[in-house]
Design a protein. Structure first.
Ligand SMILES: Cc1cc2nc3c(=O)[nH]c(=O)nc-3n(C[C@H](O)[C@H](O)[C@H](O)COP(=O)(O)O)c2cc1C
Ligand SMILES: C=C(O[C@@H]1CC(C(=O)O)=C[C@@H](OP(=O)(O)O)[C@H]1O)C(=O)O
Length: 390
C-alpha cells in the first residue's frame, strides 16, 4: 500500500490518495472524520483549530460503503482558505497585486524548515516553504491512517496512544488496564494523559510557556494489540518493521527520537533484564513473560503488544522569537511570528497513532493475500492458526 498527500496549510484543500487497499472493505467517511476530530483537540493548540472542522469528502474508490480496490482519494477543505485567497491564490499576480501582498516572509524561524527550504528551492518568500512544511499536512496523514486503522480494527487489531510526558512532567501512571480503558481515560483528558494529576500539571506548564511566549514538547506512546506473529521480516533491511515504524514516527513534524519498548533504557540494563522469556500455552501458543522489547524482535512482530514512543521537540514558532537573520538585508532580526500552537504534543500523539497504524496495515496488506478483504481475513486466520499450532 502507498499514499501521497498534497496541499498547503492555507491553500484550498488537502488531499490524499491511497493505493493498494483490498476490495470489499467496509469504509465510511465518518470512520475517518472521528479521527480527524481527535487530532484537532488538545490543550495548547492555537486559534487555527477553532477555524477548522476537518471532515473528508471521498473523491473515489468507495461505492455503497465498501472499497472497490481502486485508489481511494480523500479531500479535506481548509476553512481558513477564504481568508488567504489573495496571498495563496493560484493565478499569476500583476505588479500592483504583488505589491499589495505585504506579508512576504524574509526572517526564517530557527527550528522550522524556513531557511533550509528557501535555500533548497530558491524561494525568496519563505511562505512558499512554511505553507507545505506546516503540520497542517498531518490532517491528511491522519485521514490515510484512519483508513489503515479501520482495516486493522476489522482484523481485530487495536491501536491507541497517550501522552507520557510534557515539558518534563511525566505521567506517573505507566500501565493501563486495557486498551479500551486507556482510550476512555485519554479521550477525556485535555492532554491525552492517563495520570489526571500529572495532566493538570502539564496543562499548567503549557499555559506558563504560552504566557512567556515560549513552547514545550514531550513524549507520546502508541500501543497496538492483536498483531499476528511474524509481520515484517529479518531477511532484508528495508523489510524490518521496527525500522519502518521508526521512520514513520520520525517523519512527523517536530519529532526528534523514537523508542521501541524500553528503548534507550536497554543501554543501562543487563541482557537478562532486557530480553523477554518465551512461554507456551496449549490454547494460545507462544508468548513472552514480559514485554520489554515492545512486541518486536528481529524486525518482526512477536505477538505481544507493540509499544512505540516518540519525542516531540517544542514548537519552533515563538511569540518571543529567537534571533535570526533577514535574508534580504542580512541584518540580525528577531524571527517572524506566525500564529502558532504553544504545545501540540496531545495532537501529535493522535498523528503518531495513525502513522503507526498506516505502517502496520501496509505491512499486513503487502505480506498477506489482499485483493479481496474477505480473502485477507481468511489468510490471517489461517496464519494465526499456524502460529498457534507451531
Ligand atoms: C500537530 C502538530 C502541530 C504543530 N504546530 C506547529 C505550530 O503551530 N507552529 C510551529 O512553528 N510548528 C508547529 N509544529 C511543528 C513544525 O511543523 C515542525 O517543527 C517543522 O515542520 C520543522 O520540522 P522539524 O521540527 O521536524 O525539523 C507542529 C507539529 C505537529 C505535529
Ligand atoms: C493547521 C494545523 O497546525 C498548524 C501547524 C503549524 C506548523 O507550522 O506546523 C502552524 C499552525 O498553523 P497556522 O499558521 O495556520 O496557525 C498550526 O495551527 C493543523 O494541525 O491542522
Amino acid at each position: 500500500m502507498r499514499y501521497l498527500t498534497s496541499g498547503e496549510s492555507h491553500g484550498p484543500k488537502l488531499i490524499t490518495i491511497i493505493e493498494g487497499l483490498p476490495a470489499g472493505m467496509p469504509l465510511l467517511a465518518e470512520d475517518i472524520n472521528e479521527e480527524l476530530a481527535r487530532r484537532q483537540k488538545g490543550h495548547g493548540r492555537g486559534r487555527r483549530m477553532q477555524i477548522e472542522t476537518d471532515t473528508v469528502e471521498i473523491g473515489g474508490g468507495i461505492r455503497h460503503g465498501y472499497t472497490l480496490g481502486s485508489p481511494v482519494s480523500l479531500i479535506v477543505e481548509n476553512n481558513d482558505w477564504k481568508h488567504w485567497t489573495k496571498i495563496m491564490g493560484q493565478d499569476p499576480l500583476d505588479d500592483a497585486e504583488a505589491n499589495d501582498i505585504k506579508r512576504k516572509i524574509s526572517r526564517p524561524r530557527p527550528g522550522h524548515a524556513d531557511l533550509n527550504g528557501a535555500i533548497k528551492y530558491g524561494h525568496r518568500d519563505m511562505r512558499n516553504v512554511l505553507e507545505r512544511s506546516s503540520a497542517r499536512e498531518t490532517t491528511v496523514r491522519v485521514a490515510a491512517g484512519a483508513v489503515a486503522k479501520k482495516l486493522l480494527a476489522l482484523l481485530g487489531i487495536k491501536v491507541a496512544s497517550h501522552v507520557v510526558e510534557i515539558g518534563g512532567i511525566k505521567s506517573k501512571v505507566a500501565d493501563y488496564e486495557s486498551i479500551e480503558k486507556l482510550k476512555e481515560i485519554t479521550e477525556n483528558s485535555p492532554v491525552r494523559c492517563l495520570d489526571e494529576e500529572a495532566g493538570l500539571e502539564m496543562m499548567k506548564a503549557i499555559d506558563e510557556a504560552k504566557a512567556n511566549g515560549d513552547s514545550i514538547g514531550g513524549v507520546v506512546e502508541v500501543i497496538v494489540e492483536g498483531m499476528p506473529i511474524g509481520v515484517g521480516s529479518y531477511v532484508h533491511y528495508d523489510r524490518k518493521l521496527d525500522a519502518k515504524l521508526a521512520a514513520a514516527i520520525m517523519s512527523i513534524n517536530a519529532f526528534k527520537g523514537v523508542e521501541i519498548g524500553i528503548g534507550f533504557e536497554a543501554a543501562r540494563m543487563p541482557g537478562s533484564e532486557v530480553h523477554d522469556e518465551i512461554i507456551w500455552d496449549k490454547e494460545t501458543g507462544y508468548s513472552r513473560r514480559t514485554n520489554r522489547l515492545g512486541g518486536l524482535e528481529g524486525g518482526m512482530t512477536n505477538g505481544m503488544p507493540l509499544v512505540v514512543r516518540g519525542v516531540m521537540k517544542p514548537i519552533p514558532t515563538l511569540y518571543k522569537p529567537l534571533k535570526s537573520v533577514d535574508i534580504d538585508t542580512k541584518e540580525e532580526f528577531t524571527a517572524s511570528i506566525e500564529r502558532s500552537d504553544s504545545c501540540a504534543v496531545p495532537a501529535a500523539s493522535v498523528v503518531a497513532e495513525h502513522a503507526v497504524a498506516w505502517e502496520l496495515a501496509s505491512a499486513i496488506v503487502d505480506q498477506f493475500y489482499s485483493d479481496r478483504f474477505e480473502g485477507l481475513v481468511a489468510n490471517i486466520a489461517e496464519h494465526n492458526r499456524h502460529a498457534r499450532e507451531f
